[in-house]
Design a protein around this ligand. Structure first.
Ligand SMILES: [Fe+2]
Length: 161
C-alpha cells in the first residue's frame, strides 16, 4: 500500500479509538461500582494510548491524524445512542459490549492489512487489548458481577473462571 492509503486507513482506526474513549466515559457515568468503573477507565486509557501511538505513526509517514475532539462526533453511533438512554451498570456494559464488538471486528480486519512492520505490530497489539476488553465485559455480564458474585479482578483472570 502507498503511504497515503495507509495513513487513511490508520486514521479510520484512530477515529474509532477516539469514539471509544467517549463511549467509555459515558458508560462510566452510569456505573456506581468503583471496581467496574476503574476497570473501564483502564480500557479507556488503552484506547487513548492507541490514539496517541497510531497518531504518531501517521505523522511519521507524513500524514495528518484526526484531532482529538472533546465532543463525541459519532462513529459508534448505535452504541453511543444506547448509552445515552441507559441507566445502571448492566445497561452500560451491554452498550459497551456492542461498541467493543465493533472495535474488535475492525481491529481484526486491520490485523491483515498490508502495512509496514511497525504499523502492523501496533495494530495487532491494539487488537490484543480489544480482545481483553470484550472478554472482561462479556464475562462481567454473564456473571452479573455487580451483584457481587464471581468478580474478576483484572482482565485475563476471567478467562480461567
Ligand atoms: Fe476496546
Amino acid at each position: 500500500m502507498e503511504y497515503e492509503e495507509i495513513t487513511k486507513k490508520l486514521n479510520s482506526l484512530i477515529q474509532l479509538d477516539i469514539d471509544a474513549i467517549h463511549a467509555y466515559e459515558q458508560a462510566m457515568k452510569n456505573i456506581s461500582e468503583v471496581y467496574i468503573r476503574d476497570q473501564l477507565a483502564e480500557f479507556r486509557n488503552d484506547h487513548h494510548r492507541h490514539f496517541r501511538e497510531l497518531s504518531a505513526a501517521v505523522q511519521d509517514m507524513g500524514g495528518t491524524p484526526p484531532e482529538y475532539s472533546p465532543d463525541f462526533k459519532g462513529f459508534l453511533i448505535q452504541g453511543f445512542t444506547a448509552l445515552r438512554s441507559v441507566t445502571g451498570t448492566e445497561g452500560a456494559l451491554k452498550a459497551m459490549e456492542s461498541n467493543e464488538k465493533l472495535t474488535n471486528k475492525t481491529y481484526e480486519e486491520a490485523s491483515s492489512w498490508d502495512l509496514p512492520l511497525d504499523a502492523i505490530s501496533l495494530v495487532r497489539s491494539n487488537f490484543d487489548d480489544e480482545k481483553l476488553h470484550i472478554r472482561y465485559i462479556q464475562t462481567s455480564l454473564r456473571d452479573r458481577i455487580w451483584e457481587g458474585r464471581g468478580t474478576p479482578t483484572k482482565p485475563g483472570d476471567e478467562a480461567r473462571l
